[in-house]
Design a protein around this ligand. Structure first.
Ligand code: SF4
Length: 352
């Protein structure tokens, strides 16, 4: 059996076992970080290219070659339930999206899910491409201008009214599953007016489910705060009462995303036969996309407990490649860049 050389993979990560999607193999289309938003809660980091321009930021051929390499091992592919197209930014900005979805469908034979901030559903070419997917998970955090601007900090080329109309129209055109994700941040988009405006949009959409989230991991901005579990439950009840909404999931409650058994949990990936360097690289790749605690990492890589993970990661912390960051009483590991662009000392100052 030939195991993939993960250290050479730039665009494929996982599979991680997601309660929402099953064993999900991630395809990352963009380098960090190209987006038409700069959300205050973003887990990837600050937007470095704030743009609406669709381009082949990474050669499509490079991504297809990695997919081909992964698919060359049928046993490995057999562990995957769904392929999830995402990005260190907004994946619909990659002009090769349609070709990549088509290739994934043909080559893997697995359902394809796409995560998006929903802004490009105003574009007929993006709509046509996304219609090839099986599951589309767009987000809409606010339907009011002020909170939308404060929370998502869109590029000037993004228009909220057009985005909402694009979402509503796509929801009726798309034949697959449409899961709307809403992130609620304290004192930003959690007011009665905000929720009422969102409910009016939801009432116009054809949805498979709504997923409610809050600021559960270290956010880009320290002032991005979670709402309480009680408030999330109140909002979930209001959404569930909208006619035509079949299901509402609370996928985080601000303190412990894993404690309630939601979110990404243990995976069967990362077999222990792989060498230590390869596994460390996989961990780093995962941290490039989202900060994780030692317990989160252990659930995915099954390396003998959080203390063992801490021990394994210490050299990477010392080298400045990753940093430790305290968020709401939980210590997260966060990718810092190969040059160690933010020193542990600076992060420790933030933690105080
Ligand atoms: S959370 Fe998503 S949409 Fe928002 S800035 Fe980060 S990558 Fe872009």
């Amino acid at each position: 059996m030939v195991w993939c050389n993960y250290t050479s993979m730039k665009h494929i990560f996982g599979p991680v076992n997601s309660r929402r999607l099953g064993r999900s193999l991630g395809i990352d289309l963009l380098p960090k970080k190209i987006c038409n938003f700069d959300c205050i809660y973003c887990e990837v980091g600050a937007t470095t290219l704030h743009t609406c321009e669709r381009r082949e930021y990474v050669p499509t051929e490079d991504i297809l070659a990695e997919i081909e390499q992964y698919c060359a091992d049928p046993a490995r592919l057999g562990q995957v339930d769904v392929v999830t197209v995402t990005a260190s930014g907004e994946p619909t900005l990659h002009a090769g999206l349609g070709r990549i979805i088509r290739f994934l469908k043909e080559r893997t034979g697995k359902p394809v899910a796409v995560l998006t901030n929903g802004t490009n559903l105003t574009r007929p070419d993006v709509v046509e491409e996304l219609c090839q997917a099986d599951i589309v998970i767009p987000s809409l955090d606010s339907a009011l201008q002020e909170s939308f601007r404060r929370l998502n900090r869109p590029a000037p080329c993004v228009d909220l009214g057009e985005t909402i109309e694009g979402l509503v129209s796509f929801s009726h055109a798309f034949a697959g599953e449409l899961w709307l994700e809403i992130l609620v941040a304290k004192n930003v988009n959690d007011s009665r007016e905000d929720i009422a405006a969102l409910l009016r949009v939801i009432a116009r959409m054809r949805l498979t489910r709504v997923q409610l989230n809050t600021v559960a991991r270290p956010p880009l901005e320290k002032f991005a705060l979670p709402v309480s579990q009680e408030r999330l439950q109140e909002i979930a009840a209001l959404i569930a009462a909208v006619p035509g909404v079949p299901r509402v999931d609370i996928i985080a409650h601000g303190i412990s995303i894993f404690a309630q058994g939601e979110g990404d949990v243990a995976a069967e990936a990362a077999p222990l036969r792989q060498d230590r360097v390869d596994i460390l690289e996989q961990i780093v790749q995962m941290l490039q996309r989202r900060p994780c605690t030692a317990a989160d990492i252990d659930r995915i890589f099954l390396l003998g407990g959080p203390a063992r993970i801490e021990q394994l990661l210490e050299p990477l912390v010392q080298s400045g490649r990753i940093v430790k960051r305290l968020h709401r009483d939980r210590m997260f590991y966060q990718y810092c860049g190969d040059q160690g662009s933010r020193s542990q000392k600076n992060i420790e100052k933030e933690n105080v």
